[in-house]
Design a protein. Sequence first.
Length: 360
Amino acid sequence: MAKKDFYDILGVPRDASDDDIKKAYRKLAHQHHPDKAGGEEAKFKEVNEAYQVLSHKEKRKQYDAYGHAFEGGGAPPGGGAGFGGFQWDFGGGNGEGFSDIFGDFFGFGGGRGARRKTNQGEDIQASLTIELEDSAFGREKEISLKRVVACERCHGSGAEPKSETISCTHCSGTGEVRKQFRTPFGTMAQNSICTECHGRGKVPKHKCTACNGQGIKHATDTFTVKIPQGIDSGEAFGVAGKGNAAPFGGTVGNLYVAVSIAKHPVFTRHGDDLHMKASVSISQAVFGDKVEVQTLHGAINLKVPGGIQSGTVIRVEGKGMPKRAGYGKGDLLVTVNIHTPTKLTRRQKELLEELKKENL
Ligand SMILES: [Zn+2]
Ligand SMILES: [Zn+2]
């Protein structure tokens, strides 16, 4: 299957400036973000993929020259040998990554400049099942997950306490190493962060004994997160600084929590609106009445008009879910059903027999 052209995906000309590419990407990413109303995950991924390549100077150059042949796991063009295993390295300190852009989107703030020379810890994802009430009231929930955290002994630096630092021999103190790839088109080089000093150019003379100089460890971390009010199943929210820690005291990644909401015994949700059922007796349906109904926001007296038909929906404004964007709440839609009695007293039976004679 032929892949769509990255420039077409972003809707920019082939000679678009870096700035234009970034602008186009931001616009489209916001538009298609699965978190937004009308968002679309497939489109969102497509846009991201295109941006990952076009925002990166080297990758863009190679893409311009060779097209999709350079994507990870792609089939070798023209049956070229030894090419299939080529993978883009989306990590590293060059260019602007996913979290730089989505830092803004999820409200994590900047930090773009600081990221260049330090390691960036990976963003991680988790899924969380919550109750409808958790979303309605923006409650706090405990979450427990495995992630990379900073080593306690060296506070993430990787150095034994009080150890001095020396120049890294692996990269001669530059913090970068040049990797070469052999491809059917010739040899290509890519700079990547030195794996020994993690871009610092310096290493501790004595490595921390607790983490062997990595500055990080794997741990199960338990903490509370605040559920964004009004969040719906299939949406996600970000938690800054709860992703993976990076070696050598780099920037900690972010956590993205995908939410699913457990089935509620009373309410079903449609966007910001909640639907529920209520039943009234035959006489209430005929004469009308006020019926007490438990909403998510307390009890109300639902006004049932006389002569109501079974299945009629009564809308109660502002008793639904809080709106995620902006203020206010959705509505509560109550489907009123008429309860047909199955057990009758003798008197009730007599009265109904009388009604029957009147064709009621
Ligand atoms: Zn350590
Ligand atoms: Zn190094």
